[in-house]
Design a binder for this molecule. Structure first.
Ligand code: ZN
Ligand code: ZN
Length: 253
C-alpha cells in the first residue's frame, strides 16, 4: 500500500468552511468535514415540545402511526366490501392507500429525530429543547474493511441561560457495509492514470433523509496505488442500487 499513514488529501468546496479531509491509517479511512445545522422547521407544530422534549416527538409519532393504522383499516374495510371493483373505484382505493401509508411513514420517520431532541436539554438549567446550535457540527466517518460508523458532534448554546456545551455523546448516523459492484472507469486523482478498476474494499453506505443513501466506493489505482473514492447519492434499498447520482469524491452527507 502506497498511502502514507496520516496522509491528508484536502479538497476545497466553494466555501472554505465546507472543506473535508480524508486520512488513511493503515486500512482505516477517516473522513472529517463540517455538517449542517439540523433543520428544526418540522418540530414547530409539535405541541408541548418545550415541556416534554423528545417525549413530545414520541407521542406525535405514535399518534401518526395510530391514525395511519385506523385509516388503513377503513380503506381495507371499503376494499373488502366493494365486491365489484371497477377501474375508477380501484384507482380511488389505490390513492386512498397512500394516506395511511404516508401517516405511518411520517410517524416512524419522526422517531429518527429523538436522539437529536434528547441532546437539546440544557445541562445547566435543565430546560428541555432549549439548546440551539451555535455553529456547524463536526462529522467524522471511520471506515475499516469490516465496519463503518458516522458520528456527528454538535455545538450548543442554551437560549435561556446561555450555557455553552458540546454533545458528549455524538449522534450516530445509520450506516452499514454494502456489496461490491462491477468494475468502473476511474481517473486517478493523484497520477491522472485512467483504468477500469474493481472495488478494493467493501463499500460504505449511510442513510440520509430517511430513504436516500450515500455510498462510498474505493478504487485502488494500478499505477500509483492511491485509493480513489467515488461517492454515489440516491435512493437505495439495503443492498441494491436505484437511480444513483455520482458525487465525484465529495463524501459529505
Ligand atoms: Zn440553560
Ligand atoms: Zn494513480
Amino acid at each position: 500500500m502506497t498511502e502514507i499513514a496520516g496522509e491528508t488529501q484536502r479538497k476545497n468546496g466553494e466555501k472554505s468552511d465546507k472543506d473535508y479531509s480524508i486520512e488513511w491509517f493503515g486500512n482505516t479511512c477517516i473522513i472529517r468535514y463540517k455538517g449542517e445545522i439540523y433543520n428544526r422547521a418540522l418540530f414547530k407544530g409539535i405541541p408541548f415540545i418545550g415541556y416534554l422534549g423528545w417525549i413530545a416527538i414520541l407521542f406525535a409519532g405514535i399518534i401518526y402511526i395510530v391514525l395511519g393504522i385506523c385509516s388503513m383499516s377503513v380503506v381495507l374495510w371499503i376494499t373488502y366490501h366493494a365486491l365489484n371493483i371497477n377501474f375508477l373505484l380501484g384507482f380511488i382505493l389505490s390513492v386512498l392507500f397512500l394516506i395511511p401509508t404516508g401517516l405511518i411513514v411520517i410517524g416512524l420517520g419522526s422517531f429518527l429525530n429523538i436522539p437529536y431532541i434528547k441532546n437539546t436539554t440544557c445541562k445547566k438549567c435543565h430546560k428541555k429543547y432549549t439548546y440551539e446550535e451555535r455553529k456547524e457540527p463536526d462529522v467524522k466517518e471511520v471506515s475499516t474493511e469490516k465496519s463503518y460508523k458516522v458520528t456527528i458532534t454538535r455545538y450548543w448554546k442554551c437560549k435561556y441561560c446561555g450555557n455553552i456545551d458540546i454533545s458528549e455523546i455524538p449522534e450516530t448516523v445509520r450506516c452499514y457495509k454494502v456489496r461490491k459492484e462491477r468494475k468502473v472507469e476511474i481517473k486517478c486523482e493523484k497520477c491522472s492514470r485512467t483504468g477500469i478498476l474493481p472495488e478494493c474494499r467493501r463499500p460504505d453506505a449511510k442513510v440520509v433523509d430517511y430513504m436516500a443513501t450515500t455510498d462510498i466506493r474505493y478504487y485502488r489505482c494500478e499505477g500509483c496505488g492511491h485509493i480513489n473514492i467515488a461517492i454515489q447519492k440516491g435512493l437505495s434499498s439495503m443492498d441494491s442500487t436505484i437511480s444513483y447520482e455520482s458525487r465525484g469524491s465529495d463524501p459529505r452527507l
